[in-house]
Design a protein around this ligand. Structure first.
Ligand SMILES: [Zn+2]
Ligand SMILES: [Zn+2]
Length: 261
């Protein structure tokens, strides 16, 4: 069984056809998907989706790409994270690629999320783009190792992965791994230890080869896992077992199929 550790089921491309999304997951051996929140005013939709099926779980957080979003505070995030369907804080982090001018608001928002993760005891989902040094610095300064988490949709270099691993973080790879021009990323993915690997789609975006250009969905995490298996010289079954075990260990509030607790 595979798990999609990061998708956006509340986005209109997927929210309008969740029955098909689930059927396609079933047909491709994908047993769980974590629906990641990007703004507080979307949290209700994310939570409703997570409650609609035991194969879904949710997070709570505000994406660094939205300067005008409702600003979260620690208490609000901790309160919303107390819902049993919420398994993580995020997505949060730093994105200097899309941001212009003063980015201090991003760093402050990121610190708030890290504090909320430590207070709530739920791990962080970290988005980092063109900001790896500051991302690692803030994770250290705010003692994110006490919360744990994942560097999601990883596209940075080995030094950044190494720094994240040293903080006890996991590293998650998306369909970008399958893109022709991603050779250096595949080299990074080959080096991440088994017990820290996750796979994701970040759907509806970033459809992997051979679905590139289509609307992505959780089922296609299969192609990410296939790519990872190939570059690490492992079978798909081994890669699925490893990444699924890592997912349910990291996001311990998520319930695996057949888990009665
Ligand atoms: Zn992201
Ligand atoms: Zn995302």
């Amino acid at each position: 069984m595979l798990v999609d550790s990061h998708c956006h089921l509340d986005f209109p491309e997927l929210a309008s056809r969740l029955d098909q999304v689930l059927a396609s997951m079933q047909a491709n051996g994908v047993g769980h998907a974590l629906c990641v929140c990007v703004a507080l005013d979307r949290f209700d939709s994310v939570l409703q989706i997570a409650r609609s099926d035991p194969r879904f779980s949710a997070s709570v957080g505000v994406h660094p790409d939205s300067p005008d979003a409702i600003e979260p505070d620690v208490a609000t995030l901790v309160r919303l994270a107390a819902d049993p369907k919420v398994v993580a804080i995020g997505e949060t982090g730093l994105d200097y690629y899309r941001s212009e001018g003063d980015t201090e608001w991003q760093r402050e928002r990121f610190r708030v999320h890290i504090r909320a993760a430590r207070d709530s005891g739920k791990p962080l989902i970290v988005h980092t783009r063109a900001a790896s040094a500051d991302t690692i610095r803030l994770l250290r300064e705010e003692r994110a190792d006490e919360a744990g988490g994942v560097l999601h949709c990883f596209t940075e270099d080995w030094e950044t992965a190494r720094a994240g691993l040293d903080l006890g973080f996991h590293v998650s790879f998306s369909g970008i791994l399958t893109f022709r021009n991603a050779r250096s990323l595949r080299e990074v993915a080959a080096r991440v230890p088994d017990d820290r690997l996750l796979v994701e789609t970040d759907s509806p975006y970033l459809a992997p080869v051979p679905r590139r250009g289509k609307i992505n969905e959780p089922a296609w995490v299969l192609h990410v896992a296939e790519c990872l298996a190939q570059l690490r010289g492992r079978t798909l079954e081994e890669m699925a077992a490893v990444t699924t075990q890592n997912f349910f260990r990291l996001f311990s509030a998520a319930r695996a199929p057949g888990d009665a607790h």
